[in-house]
Design a protein around this ligand. Structure first.
Ligand code: DX5
Ligand code: ZN
Length: 225
């Protein structure tokens, strides 16, 4: 069943534990955490201490999206901080096969991320090493941006590649997801939908996650029908 992953980037950091409890009450079981270094992307967010704090405040799985240069230096530290999934950008990893294997060796699920402009072909040969493929539907660095529609074609192609290769990696999408596009994204083939500002910017994050989760489930059922 498709899942909504609230992105804590848009949460109120003064009340992080409460915000986490709110989205978990709406049915979230995986939290998305955006680490930015002001170098790979033109913004800074948070790092290891915040991930450790979230780990203590939540029993959800932690999906850690590294938007940093040279992520290899920090893989062990993010795993120790509590990351269950570690996602690295293809654009930041010259030795992607090694990096993904190292994440698995550390005991986390390895994920590879593609910016909107990066072709699927750049990860074709490492797909069997990845548990998660995250397609960015905005240019990474900021919450609250508009969804880029051509990424839906990329999702469809990736789903077809998964069938052709007989693999079972999870397809994740990140950026500009709201109640208005959940259905089309799931119908294109996405399994996990990251949502930041549409969840935490809403009046009732619990109800919003529940609503998005319902929309995703309905669209998922239509795919099976
Ligand atoms: C953007 C981040 C996203 C961000 C999504 O660089 O990777 O995870 O939190 O935010 P929204 O859902 O507001 O587009
Ligand atoms: Zn992200």
């Amino acid at each position: 069943m498709p899942q909504i992953l609230p992105s804590l980037l848009a949460a109120d950091f003064g009340h992080l534990a409460d915000q986490i409890a709110q989205v978990e009450a709406g049915g979230a079981t995986i939290l998305h955490l955006d680490v930015m270094d002001g170098h790979f992307v033109p913004n800074l967010s948070f790092g290891l201490p915040v991930i450790s704090a979230v780990r203590k405040a939540s029993r959800s799985l932690l999906d850690v999206h590294l938007m940093i240069t040279d992520p290899d230096r920090y893989l062990g530290a993010f795993r120790d901080a509590g990351a269950d999934h570690i996602l690295v950008h293809q654009e930041a990893c010259p030795h992607l096969d090694r990096t993904l294997n190292e994440i698995r060796r550390l005991g986390a699920k390895p994920g590879v991320v593609l910016n909107p402009a990066t072709p699927l072909g750049t990860i074709e040969h490492v797909l069997e090493v990845a548990d998660i493929v995250l397609l960015m539907s905005v240019n990474p660095g900021f919450g609250g941006q508009q969804f880029i529609p051509y990424v839906l074609d990329k999702v469809k192609s990736l789903k077809q590649v998964r069938v052709n290769k007989g693999l079972d990696f999870t397809i994740e999408i990140d950026g500009g997801i709201s109640t208005g596009n959940v259905a089309s994204v799931v119908q294109a083939g996405v399994d996990w939908l990251v949502a930041g500002s549409s969840v935490f910017g809403s009046a009732d994050p619990t109800a919003t996650v529940r609503k998005m989760q319902q929309l995703a489930a309905q669209s998922g059922d239509q795919l099976l029908a």
